[in-house]
Ligand binder design. Structure first.
Ligand SMILES: Cc1ncc(C[n+]2csc(CCOP(=O)(O)OP(=O)(O)O)c2C)c(N)n1
Ligand SMILES: CC(=O)[C@@H](O)[C@H](O)COP(=O)(O)O
Ligand SMILES: [Mg+2]
Length: 618
């Protein structure tokens, strides 16, 4: 039972509370998040850090008329709870349940769909300009973390918004953390602001007392100057044309609420810098915000279980081991991550080779062009990147790397569906968008051992190469300790059957095995999407009547399309069934169940082929 929280069904209810009741509400909200996320899993520490800010925003602003635009969106559980979704929190990130990120279809309070970072300022500015054009006085507020603030897109938006007189409020939620500790010059700069004249008291208090909270007179004066246009910038954000306010304690409602109320009446671009603690209120998360960034189910009394999973190795672990082993063999190897050290498996590499490790912040575009520069100087860059985030760096992949035939290896994790994070994070498109780039080579392993071998193969191959592998574990084929490459461009025929040939790519080789057995079909592990093994395709076409392609990528433009193109180019006219992800966004949920929904589990593959055969006469 939550005395106040149970009565809040919309922000209207929240706005009917007295200010005095808000600290209790915040405490209940925090308790509820601990209870609920410990039962469902999901993003955790950032949500605890955002409780007071969320209460204050919905209290002060007239949501949903006023637009709250959250960056990344992994910190929006308090927002979801306060906007009528408390009773659905137990469905978090499950199929047909609540999404882990804001989603426009889910609620009118979710003004903008997110998952990828650093979009909030642009979107909020668009909304603010839209309101102005419509003659409406609504407010637009972007809430962005210090990690998300490091991306180029955020600065593109500041650069644009700061020269307009549009009413836009940017709130920087600075907790000195990205997923791992935040990096870069901006982070150093924010730390300086923190330790400066404004904020001396915060660090040594329980977070309740501020020397200068709220600095109302100060910001009223500054904003008057700002409007008059003769103010001298003293922070980076002022130099960008914003009226800078802060830093203030983002856990202190007595500071947040009057500050926001005052800002609300100000005109032009406003920038509020708040300081929070990731994991606030749950000691274990405060102590280890990296581990508690995203969690699986846990016992709130004891925290995350520290015992090893004991299960199979994940592909990420295979990559992590390979990277360290290859780095030991080749001193030219350098490893790059755009802010995904843990997720991409670079922790061990950073520890062993700190000088050759580069966390460039949330900056995928920069990560690739930076790799290109290193390659120009004879280094051998390995960029570890999630498939979905590589989308951000498409031009850099073409223009800065492949076009110049630079020797860069992309280790593309989370290729295919990712499960609970849903469509914003699915690696559904990389085969399609990379396959058309001249000069690039693309490999997809069917198991862990092959993953290691392919990483070696790609790394030793001169030129731009990509190895794409899925989230989580594979079939459990233990990787060798050696660094042996495989034969370049050659597929592997796993089974010889009759009439039907299944050409499977990467993660789809294992589920295709059952169908191949049942149908007495030929099964080929294609291994290379580019260069495609044309000899194999020709030989299959000459000896089979039906060809089936299977991939964990959208069918449109993917690996099956490559096979189709090869068949046409070589004059084969065959019945081809192309299986893969559909031409729609696959929602969040359990990975295996989603694959089954897409017909990409063993049974689904068999059924699709049988249906097709039933419609064909040979
Ligand atoms: C374009 C993009 N790259 C990487 C990520 C992965 N990612 C999600 S949250 C996060 C850290 C964000 O840090 P911050 O904005 O400070 O929020 P905090 O987690 O500290 O609350 C990262 C790197 C992402 N969502 N989008
Ligand atoms: C919000 C975000 O982008 C990350 O926290 C992401 O959810 C991590 O995904 P993995 O769990 O697959 O590393
Ligand atoms: Mg942060």
């Amino acid at each position: 039972m939550y005395e106040l929280l149970d009565q809040i069904h919309s922000p209207e209810d929240l706005r009917n509370l007295s200010k005095k009741q808000l600290p209790q509400l915040a405490q209940e909200l925090r308790d509820f998040i601990v209870e609920s996320v410990s039962q469902t899993g999901g993003h955790f520490a950032s949500n605890l850090g955002c409780v007071e800010l969320t209460v204050a925003l919905h209290y002060v602003f007239n949501t949903p008329y006023d637009r709250l635009v959250w960056d990344v969106g992994h910190q929006t559980y308090p927002h979801k709870i306060l906007t009528g979704r408390k009773d659905q929190m137990h469905t978090m990130r499950q199929r047909h349940g609540l999404a882990g990120f804001p989603k426009r279809e889910e609620s009118e309070f979710d003004t903008f769909g997110v998952g990828h970072s650093s979009t909030s300022i642009s979107a909020a500015q668009g909304m603010a300009e839209g309101a102005k054009l419509a003659g409406e006085d609504r407010k637009a507020i972007a809430i962005i973390g210090d990690g998300a603030m490091t991306a180029g897109m955020a600065f593109e938006a500041l650069n644009n918004a700061g020269c307009k007189d549009t009413d836009l409020l940017v709130i920087l939620n600075d907790n000195d953390m990205s997923i791992s500790p935040n990096v870069g010059a901006l982070n150093t700069y924010l730390a300086k602001l923190m330790s400066g004249k404004f904020y001396a008291a915060f660090k040594n208090t329980t977070g309740k007392v501020l020397d200068v909270a709220p600095p109302l007179k100060e910001f009223a004066r500054k904003s008057e100057e700002h409007v008059k246009g003769f103010f001298t910038p003293s922070t980076l954000f002022e130099a960008f044309g914003f009226n800078y306010i802060g830093p203030i304690d983002g856990h202190d409602l007595d500071a947040l609420i009057p500050t926001l109320q005052n800002i609300r009446s100000l005109k032009g671009p406003q920038f509020l810098h708040i300081v929070t603690k990731k994991g606030q209120g749950y000691k274990l998360a405060e102590k280890d915000p990296v581990a508690y960034h995203g969690v699986s189910k846990f016992d709130p009394a004891n925290g995350l279980s520290s015992g090893k999973s004991g299960g199979k190795q994940t592909y990420t672990q295979v990559f992590s081991d390979w990277l360290c082993d290859m780095a030991a063999q080749d001193e030219k190897l350098v490893g790059i991550t755009p802010a995904m050290r843990e997720g991409s498996g670079l922790v061990a590499f950073e520890q062993a080779y700190p000088d050759r490790y580069f966390d460039v912040g949330i900056a995928e575009q920069h990560a690739l062009t930076f790799a290109a520069g290193l390659a120009c100087e004879g280094r051998k860059p390995v960029v570890a990147i999630y498939s979905t985030f590589l989308q951000r760096a498409y031009d850099q992949l073409i223009h800065d790397i492949a076009l110049q035939d630079l020797d860069v290896t992309l280790a593309i994790d989370r290729a295919g569906l990712v499960g609970a994070d849903g469509p914003t994070h699915a690696g559904a498109f990389d085969l399609s968008f990379m396959r058309c780039i001249p000069g690039i080579s693309i490999l997809a392993p069917s198991n862990e051992a092959e993953c290691r071998q392919m990483l070696t193969t790609a790394y030793l191959h001169k030129g731009t190469t990509a190895v794409r592998y899925p989230r989580g574990t594979g079939p459990g084929v233990e990787a060798a300790k050696t660094l042996e490459p495989m034969e370049w461009g050659k597929a592997e025929q796993l089974r010889t059957g009759e009439k039907v040939a299944i050409l499977a790519f990467g993660s789809m080789v294992t589920p295709a095995k059952e169908a191949a057995e049942t149908l007495n079909a030929t099964l080929v592990n294609m291994r290379f999407i580019k260069p495609l093994d044309i000899d194999m395709v020709n030989q299959i076409a000459l000896t089979h009547t039906h060809i089936v392609t299977i991939e964990e990528n959208v069918v449109a433009g993917g690996a099956g399309s490559a096979v189709l193109e090869a068949l046409v180019a070589n004059g084969h006219c065959k019945d081809v069934l192309m299986l893969g992800l559909p031409d729609q966004y696959v929602e969040h949920g359990d990975h295996a169940k989603l694959l089954a929904e897409c017909g990409l589990d063993a049974q689904g593959i068999l059924t699709s082929i049988q249906k097709r055969l039933a419609t064909q006469k040979d």
